[in-house]
Design a protein around this ligand. Structure first.
Ligand code: IMP
Ligand code: MG
Length: 173
């Protein structure tokens, strides 16, 4: 069993998610939005985010990418194992990611979504983990910046464990 240390409380996450939703709504001035969650990690963040959108029409879809590598490191090769199903033509797309590490997955997914001819693609990430960044991707909406560590909870897993926890924890080795 791993030892966990809390880094984000459920309360501070909820407060931040509300702020992010308000900021996105204001920026798009009530225009319709399509939120696309990256499976599996972003499912809880996406669910909370869209429930804080009060005045803009919202559509929801998911995309799933797989990167090859060890269970706790990210590697270079990305493939899409589940694509979006909604039409994105001319739409305002918000790509919702749980955590950005090397940036390789997001850079790939953003380029991929652009092939669906949306009006715009913006990125909303709960956590920006900067230490191992390899690809520069512009993060339009960021919840928390955390320098390093392997994090679990609020959708994030370690070997499929801990996703259900309402806070975010660092695994202490
Ligand atoms: P990237 O391509 O290196 O940016 O990988 C991002 C993906 O790796 C995230 O969407 C997560 O699925 C996974 N990941 C990266 N860091 C962590 C972490 O600290 N905890 C859990 N998953 C992580
Ligand atoms: Mg992910």
């Amino acid at each position: 069993m791993e030892k966990l240390k809390q880094v984000l409380s459920p309360e501070e996450i909820q407060e931040k998610v509300k702020e992010l939703a308000e900021k996105i709504e204001n920026d798009f001035k009530g225009e319709p939005l399509v939120f696309i969650g990256t499976l599996k990690g972003a499912f809880i963040f996406l669910a909370d985010l869209v429930r804080n959108v009060k005045n803009s029409p919202v559509e929801i879809d998911f995309i799933r990418a797989k990167s090859y590598g060890m269970s706790d490191t990210s590697s270079e090769e990305v493939i899409i194992t589940k694509d979006v199903e909604l039409s994105l033509e001319g739409k305002n797309v918000i790509l919702v990611e749980d955590i950005v590490d090397t940036g390789i997955t997001l850079k790939f997914l953003k380029e991929h979504l652009k092939l669906h001819n949306p009006k715009v693609v913006k990125i909303c990430a709960l956590i920006d983990k900067k230490e191992r960044r390899k690809e520069e991707v512009e993060l339009d909406y960021v919840g928390f910046v955390i320098e390093k560590g392997f994090l679990v909870g609020y959708g994030l897993d370690f070997a499929e464990k801990y996703r259900y926890l309402p806070g975010v924890y660092e695994i202490i080795k």
